[in-house]
Design a protein around this ligand. Structure first.
Ligand SMILES: NC(=O)c1ccc[n+]([C@@H]2O[C@H](COP(=O)([O-])OP(=O)(O)OC[C@H]3O[C@@H](n4cnc5c(N)ncnc54)[C@H](O)[C@@H]3O)[C@@H](O)[C@H]2O)c1
Length: 252
Protein backbone atom coordinates (compact mmCIF):
# COMPACT_ATOMS: atom_id res chain seq x y z
CA UNK A 1 0.00 0.00 0.00
CA UNK A 2 1.39 3.44 -0.88
CA UNK A 3 2.06 5.80 1.97
CA UNK A 4 -0.30 8.65 2.69
CA UNK A 5 1.03 12.14 1.90
CA UNK A 6 0.37 15.10 4.20
CA UNK A 7 0.96 18.83 3.85
CA UNK A 8 1.28 20.76 7.12
CA UNK A 9 1.38 24.56 6.89
CA UNK A 10 3.18 26.41 9.65
CA UNK A 11 4.90 23.06 9.96
CA UNK A 12 7.99 24.19 11.81
CA UNK A 13 6.01 25.79 14.65
CA UNK A 14 4.69 24.30 17.89
CA UNK A 15 1.53 22.43 16.84
CA UNK A 16 2.66 21.84 13.24
CA UNK A 17 5.98 20.30 14.21
CA UNK A 18 4.42 18.10 16.91
CA UNK A 19 1.94 16.87 14.29
CA UNK A 20 4.71 16.21 11.75
CA UNK A 21 6.54 14.08 14.32
CA UNK A 22 3.44 11.96 14.90
CA UNK A 23 2.68 11.61 11.18
CA UNK A 24 6.22 10.30 10.67
CA UNK A 25 5.64 7.75 13.46
CA UNK A 26 2.46 6.67 11.61
CA UNK A 27 4.44 6.14 8.38
CA UNK A 28 2.96 9.15 6.61
CA UNK A 29 5.04 11.19 4.13
CA UNK A 30 5.14 14.81 5.28
CA UNK A 31 5.69 18.12 3.51
CA UNK A 32 6.25 21.01 5.91
CA UNK A 33 5.58 24.53 4.67
CA UNK A 34 6.75 27.58 6.58
CA UNK A 35 8.46 30.95 6.30
CA UNK A 36 12.01 30.40 7.51
CA UNK A 37 14.19 28.42 5.11
CA UNK A 38 16.97 27.62 7.58
CA UNK A 39 14.70 26.43 10.39
CA UNK A 40 12.55 24.58 7.85
CA UNK A 41 15.41 22.56 6.38
CA UNK A 42 16.88 21.89 9.82
CA UNK A 43 13.60 20.52 11.24
CA UNK A 44 12.70 18.64 8.05
CA UNK A 45 16.14 16.97 7.98
CA UNK A 46 15.79 16.05 11.64
CA UNK A 47 12.45 14.34 10.99
CA UNK A 48 13.39 12.96 7.57
CA UNK A 49 10.59 14.86 5.81
CA UNK A 50 10.32 17.48 3.04
CA UNK A 51 10.29 21.26 3.44
CA UNK A 52 8.85 23.89 1.10
CA UNK A 53 9.55 27.53 1.91
CA UNK A 54 6.26 29.37 1.43
CA UNK A 55 4.85 32.66 2.61
CA UNK A 56 1.15 31.85 2.53
CA UNK A 57 0.15 35.51 2.57
CA UNK A 58 -0.03 35.33 -1.24
CA UNK A 59 -1.70 33.05 -3.80
CA UNK A 60 1.32 31.90 -5.78
CA UNK A 61 3.15 30.21 -2.86
CA UNK A 62 -0.06 28.29 -2.04
CA UNK A 63 -0.22 27.01 -5.62
CA UNK A 64 3.51 26.22 -5.62
CA UNK A 65 3.28 24.28 -2.34
CA UNK A 66 0.63 21.94 -3.73
CA UNK A 67 2.32 21.62 -7.15
CA UNK A 68 5.68 20.78 -5.54
CA UNK A 69 4.03 18.11 -3.40
CA UNK A 70 2.19 16.63 -6.39
CA UNK A 71 5.42 16.57 -8.44
CA UNK A 72 7.27 14.81 -5.60
CA UNK A 73 4.59 12.33 -4.47
CA UNK A 74 1.87 12.32 -7.15
CA UNK A 75 -0.93 13.01 -4.65
CA UNK A 76 -2.00 14.76 -1.46
CA UNK A 77 -4.09 12.79 1.07
CA UNK A 78 -4.00 15.04 4.12
CA UNK A 79 -3.97 18.82 4.47
CA UNK A 80 -3.44 20.46 7.85
CA UNK A 81 -4.08 24.20 7.59
CA UNK A 82 -2.14 25.28 10.64
CA UNK A 83 -0.10 28.40 9.77
CA UNK A 84 -1.09 31.39 11.83
CA UNK A 85 0.04 34.30 13.92
CA UNK A 86 -1.38 36.83 16.31
CA UNK A 87 -1.40 40.61 16.25
CA UNK A 88 -3.15 42.44 19.06
CA UNK A 89 -4.46 45.99 18.78
CA UNK A 90 -7.73 47.82 19.26
CA UNK A 91 -9.90 48.16 16.15
CA UNK A 92 -9.08 51.87 16.13
CA UNK A 93 -5.34 51.20 16.03
CA UNK A 94 -5.36 47.98 13.98
CA UNK A 95 -3.04 48.37 10.94
CA UNK A 96 -5.02 47.75 7.71
CA UNK A 97 -2.16 45.83 6.07
CA UNK A 98 -1.86 43.54 9.10
CA UNK A 99 -5.60 42.82 8.84
CA UNK A 100 -5.15 41.84 5.16
CA UNK A 101 -2.17 39.62 5.94
CA UNK A 102 -3.91 37.80 8.80
CA UNK A 103 -7.04 37.12 6.75
CA UNK A 104 -4.87 35.91 3.87
CA UNK A 105 -2.73 33.51 5.92
CA UNK A 106 -5.45 32.16 8.23
CA UNK A 107 -8.52 32.17 5.97
CA UNK A 108 -7.76 32.67 2.27
CA UNK A 109 -4.73 30.33 2.21
CA UNK A 110 -6.74 27.45 3.77
CA UNK A 111 -9.39 28.01 1.06
CA UNK A 112 -6.80 28.09 -1.74
CA UNK A 113 -4.96 25.02 -0.48
CA UNK A 114 -8.24 23.13 -0.09
CA UNK A 115 -9.15 24.09 -3.65
CA UNK A 116 -5.74 23.04 -5.00
CA UNK A 117 -5.58 19.63 -3.21
CA UNK A 118 -9.21 18.86 -4.06
CA UNK A 119 -8.67 17.18 -7.48
CA UNK A 120 -6.07 14.82 -6.02
CA UNK A 121 -8.24 13.85 -3.03
CA UNK A 122 -11.29 13.46 -5.28
CA UNK A 123 -9.33 11.19 -7.62
CA UNK A 124 -8.20 9.02 -4.66
CA UNK A 125 -11.72 8.98 -3.21
CA UNK A 126 -10.09 9.76 0.14
CA UNK A 127 -8.94 12.92 1.87
CA UNK A 128 -8.59 14.46 5.31
CA UNK A 129 -8.55 18.22 5.87
CA UNK A 130 -7.93 19.56 9.36
CA UNK A 131 -8.19 23.31 9.89
CA UNK A 132 -6.57 24.66 13.03
CA UNK A 133 -9.00 27.31 14.21
CA UNK A 134 -9.14 28.39 17.86
CA UNK A 135 -11.52 29.00 20.73
CA UNK A 136 -11.39 32.48 19.19
CA UNK A 137 -13.50 31.01 16.39
CA UNK A 138 -16.20 30.31 18.98
CA UNK A 139 -15.84 33.28 21.34
CA UNK A 140 -14.24 36.67 20.81
CA UNK A 141 -11.66 38.58 22.83
CA UNK A 142 -10.90 42.28 22.69
CA UNK A 143 -7.92 43.47 20.61
CA UNK A 144 -7.99 40.40 18.34
CA UNK A 145 -10.41 41.49 15.60
CA UNK A 146 -8.53 39.99 12.63
CA UNK A 147 -7.65 36.77 14.44
CA UNK A 148 -11.22 36.22 15.68
CA UNK A 149 -12.63 37.02 12.23
CA UNK A 150 -10.23 34.63 10.45
CA UNK A 151 -10.80 31.78 12.89
CA UNK A 152 -14.59 32.22 12.85
CA UNK A 153 -14.51 32.20 9.04
CA UNK A 154 -12.38 29.07 9.07
CA UNK A 155 -15.17 27.20 10.86
CA UNK A 156 -17.52 28.17 8.01
CA UNK A 157 -15.01 26.99 5.41
CA UNK A 158 -14.67 23.70 7.31
CA UNK A 159 -18.42 23.05 7.29
CA UNK A 160 -18.77 23.87 3.59
CA UNK A 161 -15.77 21.69 2.73
CA UNK A 162 -17.32 18.83 4.72
CA UNK A 163 -20.62 19.12 2.85
CA UNK A 164 -18.96 19.15 -0.57
CA UNK A 165 -16.38 16.49 0.36
CA UNK A 166 -18.71 13.83 1.76
CA UNK A 167 -19.54 12.37 -1.63
CA UNK A 168 -15.82 12.03 -2.46
CA UNK A 169 -14.52 10.47 0.75
CA UNK A 170 -13.05 13.79 1.87
CA UNK A 171 -13.63 14.86 5.48
CA UNK A 172 -13.00 18.30 6.94
CA UNK A 173 -12.82 19.14 10.62
CA UNK A 174 -11.71 22.14 12.64
CA UNK A 175 -9.84 22.21 15.92
CA UNK A 176 -10.49 24.92 18.47
CA UNK A 177 -7.63 24.89 20.96
CA UNK A 178 -7.02 27.31 23.80
CA UNK A 179 -3.67 28.39 25.18
CA UNK A 180 -1.29 25.87 23.68
CA UNK A 181 2.27 26.15 24.97
CA UNK A 182 3.91 27.39 21.73
CA UNK A 183 5.82 30.50 20.58
CA UNK A 184 2.51 32.02 19.39
CA UNK A 185 1.17 32.20 22.92
CA UNK A 186 4.41 33.08 24.73
CA UNK A 187 4.98 35.86 22.16
CA UNK A 188 1.62 37.35 23.16
CA UNK A 189 2.39 37.78 26.84
CA UNK A 190 4.01 41.22 26.63
CA UNK A 191 1.08 42.59 24.54
CA UNK A 192 -1.47 41.11 26.94
CA UNK A 193 0.34 42.66 29.90
CA UNK A 194 0.39 46.10 28.29
CA UNK A 195 -3.21 45.99 27.04
CA UNK A 196 -4.57 44.78 30.39
CA UNK A 197 -2.21 46.90 32.52
CA UNK A 198 -0.76 44.00 34.52
CA UNK A 199 2.79 42.60 34.97
CA UNK A 200 3.87 39.98 32.39
CA UNK A 201 4.28 37.26 35.02
CA UNK A 202 0.57 37.59 35.96
CA UNK A 203 -0.66 37.02 32.36
CA UNK A 204 -0.91 33.18 32.50
CA UNK A 205 -2.96 33.19 35.71
CA UNK A 206 -5.04 36.36 35.19
CA UNK A 207 -5.65 36.22 31.43
CA UNK A 208 -4.97 32.80 29.91
CA UNK A 209 -6.08 30.41 32.63
CA UNK A 210 -8.56 32.53 34.59
CA UNK A 211 -11.61 30.96 32.87
CA UNK A 212 -10.31 27.44 32.29
CA UNK A 213 -11.29 24.39 34.33
CA UNK A 214 -7.81 22.87 33.95
CA UNK A 215 -5.13 25.27 35.16
CA UNK A 216 -2.30 24.49 32.78
CA UNK A 217 -1.50 25.12 29.14
CA UNK A 218 -2.41 22.61 26.42
CA UNK A 219 0.65 20.71 25.16
CA UNK A 220 1.25 20.80 21.37
CA UNK A 221 1.40 16.97 21.38
CA UNK A 222 -2.15 16.85 22.76
CA UNK A 223 -3.42 18.84 19.77
CA UNK A 224 -1.33 16.65 17.44
CA UNK A 225 -2.94 13.49 18.90
CA UNK A 226 -6.39 14.79 17.99
CA UNK A 227 -5.21 15.67 14.47
CA UNK A 228 -3.78 12.16 14.05
CA UNK A 229 -7.10 10.66 15.14
CA UNK A 230 -9.12 12.84 12.75
CA UNK A 231 -6.80 11.81 9.89
CA UNK A 232 -7.11 8.10 10.67
CA UNK A 233 -9.51 5.52 9.24
CA UNK A 234 -11.20 5.40 12.67
CA UNK A 235 -12.54 8.93 12.14
CA UNK A 236 -14.23 8.07 8.83
CA UNK A 237 -17.69 9.13 10.05
CA UNK A 238 -16.57 12.47 11.50
CA UNK A 239 -16.80 15.59 9.37
CA UNK A 240 -17.88 19.21 9.56
CA UNK A 241 -17.18 19.32 13.29
CA UNK A 242 -15.41 21.90 15.44
CA UNK A 243 -13.41 20.14 18.14
CA UNK A 244 -12.58 22.08 21.27
CA UNK A 245 -9.37 21.20 23.11
CA UNK A 246 -9.61 24.11 25.47
CA UNK A 247 -9.10 23.12 29.11
CA UNK A 248 -12.85 23.66 29.63
CA UNK A 249 -12.68 27.33 28.59
CA UNK A 250 -15.94 27.27 26.58
CA UNK A 251 -17.78 25.03 29.08
CA UNK A 252 -19.28 28.08 30.78
N1 LIG B 1 -0.87 28.50 20.74
C1 LIG B 1 -2.14 28.64 21.00
O1 LIG B 1 -2.55 28.88 22.13
C2 LIG B 1 -3.17 28.45 19.91
C3 LIG B 1 -4.52 28.39 20.30
C4 LIG B 1 -5.48 28.22 19.33
C5 LIG B 1 -5.12 28.12 18.00
N2 LIG B 1 -3.80 28.19 17.64
C6 LIG B 1 -3.49 28.10 16.24
O2 LIG B 1 -2.62 27.03 16.02
C7 LIG B 1 -1.87 27.27 14.82
C8 LIG B 1 -0.40 26.95 15.09
O3 LIG B 1 0.10 27.89 16.01
P1 LIG B 1 1.17 27.54 17.13
O4 LIG B 1 0.52 27.82 18.43
O5 LIG B 1 1.79 26.23 16.90
O6 LIG B 1 2.18 28.76 16.91
P2 LIG B 1 3.62 28.84 16.24
O7 LIG B 1 3.93 30.28 16.14
O8 LIG B 1 4.55 27.93 16.95
O9 LIG B 1 3.37 28.21 14.78
C9 LIG B 1 2.77 28.92 13.73
C10 LIG B 1 3.60 28.71 12.48
O10 LIG B 1 2.96 29.38 11.38
C11 LIG B 1 3.97 29.95 10.60
N3 LIG B 1 3.48 31.06 9.78
C12 LIG B 1 3.07 32.28 10.19
N4 LIG B 1 2.81 33.06 9.14
C13 LIG B 1 3.06 32.32 8.03
C14 LIG B 1 3.00 32.58 6.64
N5 LIG B 1 2.67 33.80 6.16
N6 LIG B 1 3.32 31.59 5.78
C15 LIG B 1 3.71 30.38 6.25
N7 LIG B 1 3.79 30.06 7.56
C16 LIG B 1 3.48 31.04 8.44
C17 LIG B 1 5.00 30.46 11.61
O11 LIG B 1 6.26 30.69 11.01
C18 LIG B 1 5.01 29.33 12.63
O12 LIG B 1 6.00 28.36 12.35
C19 LIG B 1 -2.14 28.72 14.42
O13 LIG B 1 -3.07 28.75 13.35
C20 LIG B 1 -2.75 29.31 15.68
O14 LIG B 1 -3.62 30.37 15.37
C21 LIG B 1 -2.82 28.34 18.58
Amino acid sequence: MTKKVAIITGGTGGIGLATAQKFVEEGIEVVLADLDEEIGHREADRLGVNFVQADLAAREPCRRLVDTTLERFGKVDILVNNAGFQHMASIEDFPEDKWDEMLMVMLTAPFLLTKYVWPSMKKSGWGRIVNIASIQGLVASPFKSAYVTAKTGLLGLTRTTALEGGAHGISANALCPAYVDTPLITGQMADQATLHGIPVEEVPEKIFLQSTAIKRMVRPEEVADLIIYLCSEKAGAITGASWTIDLGFTAQ
